[in-house]
Design a protein around this ligand. Structure first.
Ligand code: T4K
Length: 378
């Protein structure tokens, strides 16, 4: 069969969007109310709905996930050093830097690509105040072991759950672990509000502090109680969230089917490996991620990435380069590549393939056939 390029570009992700008429109807409510932001009725409804849907004790909406994570660090009064993963989006590490906290990079588990708890304890110093784990690509961190270590050393635990909307471990929603979890609702995410995010927390007092922090620290017209920032979600974004919430389960199901097709097509291909969600985990199928062993596949990740473009396929090298190799962090002692061998290796081999509800089964089969046509027999 001759493999021809896709007529239109195939991206890693495309946002799910509600019916435009539905959106217009909701927007006319906002227009009539003339209330556009600052904790309006749409925001209140969205926050409540989301809290219910995610079984969160408390939830606070934000204008994006990055500001949410910055405020999470502020609300827990973190300082000194925080141990985290280098295999993540820049935002995770930058939120520490913006809080004047030194990131301490910990190597990752080669299977889950998440922070490796077996290496955590050796990185704890008297300056350590927290562990910041990332459920990368929606795969949960080893939450039990991380919490055990945190409890022994009196550390806070924050999870960057940017990719993990709707993920559950043993039927417990992902936002219930650690002190605070952050979700991103960016347009590239399974569930989105164009730009947006949320923090989930167990303690009511934290929710109160967080709500002050995201609104300039304003308590009332006469009192400003802490140095807050502007992290508020608008009514327009809340409307999009409310409507997308109605369709998210359908989106997850479509992705699950496409994910299975990838698995069928790429199973047992020498040089290609991928992670299948564990039985105890309810996945959200946010990403389909492969690792390419260049010797076994006969073609490197970078070659595959470039060759795909000729077929109008725009895969992504998330998360290459590693955060520890950025010019702003590579001077840190914990950034030494000899201490992060697994993370460096994974970052060189990883490739995210297109996955979103609007893709067709035949598109996925074609992407796999194109990929397999790059394989060189050795
Ligand atoms: N922590 C982690 C672990 C994260 O992954 C992220 C964000 C954050 C924290 C921070 O959360 P936010 O502050 O963003 O809420 C994208 C997103 O901008 C970013 O949100 C996301 N992670 C990251 C993994 O991906 P880029 O620079 O790769 O996106 P971009 O613009 O190249 O988009 C990728 C593809 O998606 C495009 O090629 C086409 C498609 N696309 C994109 C947009 C924006 C659309 O079809 N429509 C769109 O509107 O960062």
């Amino acid at each position: 069969m001759k493999l021809t390029p896709f007529n239109d570009p195939v991206y890693i992700s495309r946002p799910m969007l509600p019916d435009l008429r539905e959106m217009n109807d909701k927007l006319s409510e906002v227009w009539d109310s003339k209330w556009l932001t600052n904790n309006g009725p749409q925001h209140a409804e969205f926050e409540n709905e989301l809290e219910r849907r995610l079984c969160a004790s408390h939830l606070s909406l934000f204008n994006n996930g990055t500001i949410a994570l910055m405020i999470a660090c502020q609300s827990l009064r973190l300082s000194g050093e925080v141990i985290t993963t280098p295999f993540t989006f820049p935002a995770t590490i930058h939120t520490l830097a913006w809080n004047n906290i030194k990131p301490i990079f910990c190597d990752i588990d080669p299977e889950t690509m998440n922070i490796d708890p077996a290496r955590l304890e050796s990185l704890i110093t008297p300056q350590t105040t927290a562990i910041l784990g990332v459920h990368v690509f929606g795969t949960p961190c080893n939450i039990k072991e991380i919490q055990r270590i945190a409890d022994v050393y009196g550390l806070k635990v924050i999870y960057d759950a940017a990719h993990a909307f709707g993920v559950e471990i043993d039927s417990v929603p992902i936002g219930n672990f650690g002190d605070i979890s952050m979700l991103s609702f960016h347009a590239t995410k399974l569930f989105h509000t164009a730009e947006g995010g949320a923090l989930l927390m167990k303690e009511k007092i934290l929710k109160e502090r967080i709500d002050f922090l995201k609104n300039f620290g304003i308590k009332n017209e006469e009192e400003v109680v802490m140095p807050g920032i502007n992290g508020k979600m608008s009514e327009l974004h809340s409307v999009l969230g409310l409507l997308n919430l109605k369709h998210v389960d359908q989106e997850i199901e479509k992705r699950r089917q496409l994910f299975s097709t990838y698995v069928e097509c790429l199973d047992n291909i020498e040089g290609i490996s991928f992670l299948i969600p564990e039985k105890t985990v309810k996945s959200n199928y946010q990403y389909f991620v492969i690792q390419i062993g260049p010797r076994q596949f006969g073609c490197s990740r970078d070659e595959v990435y470039e060759k795909f473009k000729k077929y109008n396929i725009f895969a992504r090298k998330y998360f290459y380069p590693l955060c520890s190799n950025y010019s702003c962090y590579r001077h840190l002692p914990s950034s030494n590549p000899s201490l992060l061998t697994i993370a460096n290796n994974v970052a060189d081999q990883v490739l995210c393939l297109p996955l979103y509800g609007g893709l067709k089964q035949d598109d996925v089969k074609k992407i796999c056939n194109i990929l397999l046509s790059f394989k060189r027999e050795i």
